[in-house]
Ligand binder design. Sequence first.
Ligand code: 5RP
Length: 255
Amino acid sequence: FPLFLFPGEKPQPLATAPSQDDLKRIAAHRAVDLVESGMVLGLGTGSTAVHALDRIGDLLRRGVLHDIVGIPTSKKTEAHALSVGIPLSDLDRHPAVDLSIDGADEVDPHLNLVKGRGGSLLREKMIEGASKRFVVIVDESKMVDRLGGSGLAVPVEIIPFGWSYTLGRLKMLFTGECGFDARLRMTGGEKKEPFLTDNSNYIIDLYFENGITRDLDEVSDEILRLTGVVEHGMFLGLASSVIIAGRDGVTVNNK
Ligand code: 5RP
């Protein structure tokens, strides 16, 4: 894999067959090659985005990059970015973001995404929507023919008030859809309680047996029109490029 290395920097050893985490790191490092000193960066959330944070921190420490400001898409990312030395800001102080780098749960052939398995979809959509360029970093397992088609959830962030009413309204939107289900996301572990987003909201996970077969823009509008819904995890037309790391190499798809 043609990773850019600095003088004296040792290539990260790869197992003969790269693991999924190796692929995430490869995609992340490719994206960080696009970062220039002086940029305002949107910092994504998740196990792939963490590799980008680590790389940016590393380049700042080496003095290869300077005057970077990062806008974190979650509290987790905020903590990690600070731990690797990335100076932080927010959308109020820096409303124009040069470049955002983030992972995704699914990517379709038109570069539409599902995001939010980590629950950070609202801040991600705000920051990535404010970016001149939004680069998505994924390993090949995230590619799907149709959003919702991997069996993973399409998340919807809702306000806690009247959540079961909102759940019912969401279910009504997909009445008759074969194999459709919608569930309130709960925390893992022993103490089962509703998962809370960084904005103190709940998440309803939508499951589609065969993916979303209807027009995505229409589905998006219908969901957003429901009072009580804050945002959903379909990112339609937002990605500028997707960097896909696979076992046969790296592919870059541009909008
Ligand atoms: C968090 C997200 C993540 O980007 C998405 O879940 C991908 O995560 P990972 O890189 O861990 O597979 O949308 O809200």
